[in-house]
Design a protein around this ligand. Structure first.
Ligand code: GDP
Length: 456
């Protein structure tokens, strides 16, 4: 068990149980983990041999015997003794009939038998605390469940296999070696020991700094893959923004009317465009208005557009282009100009710059060109299509914290200020340790595992 993480009451080693599958499937899995898993499960399920008897990690057929409501159904059970289970504890998984009731009655029987209902992510939290995985791998379990695209799924799987964790471990170990080197100088100041050269120390610091900077550079990709690219559809009223949202989604999500100002709030939808997970938001038309509700919507639209990765600034292709250019919102590197209602264009659309995408939201014409422009805008910030590892906002915040401390420690060490160098270096190691969990505190774990679903 990880001794550096102070254990809360929750980590007291009791036996927990939860339904691990979503309602509605043909089969439901109920998970039990803890020292009394086999005994508690044995009070609810019975097979030819008791669960504690070998063979282990093998599915056995038996019956549910102790659930209320006359449940007398056949069910499969598997016993995985510690430490060779997901949590590292004794674990039992019961497979019973799907549907809302069956698994629920089994769970209630387990709770009556002495198990406690697991909190969200508690199985994975125990896996982490028992050293089955580091914190980056535990986070990858949640990413895996929440992945909105295949690219996000691949990223989560690589992280689950420890690709990011190993890089963090290596930085952590190198910083710890440097700290040992520095602390030795504090302890043996008088002695003429065989110290590492200044060049060696400097190289160590700079290699750690470079490794951290490389990881930080992957934050954009990480955000895009985990949370989706925030794409906002903005522009004046009645140019076809809601129609464009519907065309992209392929269904009628937004209300489309010929009356200007009908979208008074923002609508958000998740969609995959060319493999990129996109959080697409339709906003109220941006125009000067006296209507209080519409005004509110316009203000939110402007704020949403400001926080977006990419803005699709839509205008009416059939109206003179220059006359519609009157807002600072349509400027910026992250803005794609979209001339909608291109079907109403006569000729080539004189005055339209070549970089403007032309679409017809009614037929979907021009959407492929728009997607290509979006793809370019998203990946422009990174020099590769898909990163091996990509840090999350949490990891990036800690790397940002550690970076200046490493620089500081290097400066102090080169000036022979060993005491100060050690203080900075300890701070940096602490921050890096929060990424892989070596120094994670219970409240950090609480925040991370709150994202999980029950039963995971
Ligand atoms: P919004 O206020 O910008 O969200 O605009 P809407 O999507 O509500 O559309 C306003 C009007 O323009 C509706 O009558 C739509 O049917 C029409 N419209 C939207 N897109 C197109 C288009 O590409 N071509 C034509 N001809 N009409 C469109």
């Amino acid at each position: 068990m990880r001794d550096h993480v102070k254990l809360g009451a929750r980590e007291g080693g009791d036996t927990i149980a939860a339904i691990a599958t979503a309602v509605g499937g043909a089969v439901a899995v109920v998970r039990i983990s803890g020292p009394c898993a086999a005994e508690i499960a044995g009070g609810v399920w019975q097979g030819r041999e008791p669960l504690r008897q070998a063979p282990f990690r093998v599915l056995r057929l038996g019956r549910i015997v102790a659930a209320e409501g006359e449940v007398d159904e056949r069910a499969l059970a598997v016993f995985m003794p510690a430490p060779h289970s997901y949590t590292g504890e004794d674990m039992v998984e019961l497979q019973c009939h799907g549907g809302a009731l069956s698994a629920r009655l089994v769970l209630l029987a387990l709770l009556r038998g002495g198990a406690r209902h697991a909190e969200p992510g508690e199985f994975t939290r125990r896996a982490f605390l028992n050293g089955k995985m580091d914190l980056t791998q535990a986070e990858a379990v949640a990413d895996l469940i929440q992945a909105h695209s295949e690219a996000a799924l691949r990223l989560a799987n690589r992280q689950l296999h420890g690709l990011l964790g190993r890089q963090i471990d290596s930085i952590h170990d190198r910083l710890s070696d440097l700290l040992a080197e520095i602390e030795a100088r504090l302890d043996f100041t008088e002695e003429n020991l065989d110290w590492a050269s200044r060049e060696h120390l400097e190289q160590g610091f700079s290699e750690c700094g470079a490794a951290m900077a490389r990881l930080l550079a992957s934050q954009h990709d990480g955000e895009v893959l985990r949370d989706g690219v925030r794409v906002v559809i903005a522009g004046p009223p009645n140019v076809g923004k809601s129609s464009l949202l519907n065309a992209i989604l392929g269904r009628d999500r937004a209300i489309v009317t010929p009356i200007p100002g009908t979208t008074r709030d923002t609508l958000e939808e998740f969609v995959q465009i060319r493999g990129i997970p996109v959080r697409l938001t339709d906003t109220a038309g941006i125009r000067a208005t006296d209507d209080v509700i519409e005004k509110n919507g316009v203000e939110r639209a402007v704020a949403t557009a400001r926080s977006a990765h990419v803005v699709l600034w839509v205008f009416d292709a059939s109206l003179p282009y220059e006359a519609q250019r009157r807002s600072e919102n349509e400027q910026g590197d992250n803005v794609i100009l979209v001339a909608n209602k291109a079907d109403l264009l006569r000729g080539e659309g004189a005055g339209l710059p070549s970089e403007v995408c032309r679409t017809c939201a009614l037929t979907g014409d021009g959407l492929e060109g728009l997607y290509a422009a979006l793809e370019r805008a998203v990946w422009e910030a990174s020099d590769h299509r898909e990163a091996d590892v990509a840090v999350s906002a949490r990891h990036a915040a800690l790397l940002h914290e550690a970076g200046p401390l490493v620089d500081d420690a290097c400066r102090c060490a080169l000036a022979n200020a060993w005491e100060l160098a050690a203080v900075s270096l300890r701070g940096a190691i602490w921050a890096i340790g929060q990424i892989n969990g070596r120094t994670a505190t219970p409240d950090v774990l609480d925040r991370i595992f709150a994202r999980f679903c029950i039963g995971k």
